[in-house]
Design a protein around this ligand. Sequence first.
Ligand SMILES: [Fe+2]
Length: 157
Amino acid sequence: MSEVMSRTWAQQVLEEHRELRKKKDRLREYLQKPRPEAGTTGAHTWAAELARQLVALHDELFRHFRFEDEGGMVEEIRTRHPRATVDVERLVGEHPEMLRDIRKLMNEVLTYSEGRAPEDPSLRYRVTALLNRLERHECEEDCMIHDLELLDLGLGD
Ligand SMILES: [Fe+2]
């Protein structure tokens, strides 16, 4: 175990990505429903449920990012795989930006649920774009972890 990248944080990150993927999939499914006209009863229910799901995703992401930032991933990669430092720092650098984006969308969805049309009428598209971005981000982290594990196992050549 001492020669192979610590299993604790790597396994936890991969496991949390799987859980986050389930939440994102549920959200994608929900977004298949058409967005009702702002101000109608259906619009309120639709947006309230969307806001609830976005808040739940935000809270899980907040905890997940904090674990990635401080739970050993950055520190161990810097120490054991200095060549991957740039990659891991770029990836964790994206975390605050993604949290800001999801909070902005949450506010717009809440505005919509109050029956006032938000400035941008393409909420469903923007939530989907955010989910796609999160997915790419997590895939990059998954790949980085798997590549480093191979190097640790001596299969990197
Ligand atoms: Fe992650």
